[in-house]
Design a protein around this ligand. Sequence first.
Ligand code: GDP
Length: 139
Amino acid sequence: MAGNKTLTMIKPDAVKKNAIGGILKMINDAGFTIHAMKYTQLTKAQAELFYEVHKERPFYGELTEFMSSGPIVAAILEKDNAVEDFRKLIGATNPAEAAEGTIRKIYASSIGENAVHGSDSDENAKIEGDFHFSACERF
Ligand code: GDP
């Protein structure tokens, strides 16, 4: 059975565009509730750890530089079938290929600066949720 939690980050590009409120409204309107949330900034080392699976990719340096360049909003979201439904709501990695009405279509600027993160599996949702939140930060 699919899990009911996913981890999102509103990335530095979207925070700079003042899009936090718009993105959270889309998330709530799509039926997700907030299990945990914080406004924070990753260090370069933390971004490198979070994206360690992409270590060998040519964009790893650019990605971790970008993700530590300014504040983000991290949140654990709750809904049935959370991972898959949230990936549908955010759209394709490259906003040029994202479906109309998706968060990335509306708010992302490029494949790198693409407004939001969404976990890609239940297993990673748990790992990423534990990366950002302790037990007493969850409600
Ligand atoms: P996601 O699951 O849709 O976020 O996509 P991936 O797991 O493939 O990539 C993780 C993140 O790396 C993306 O959300 C982008 O921010 C970044 N990324 C992916 N491909 C590229 C690329 O070609 N160039 C750059 N600069 N960043 C990329």
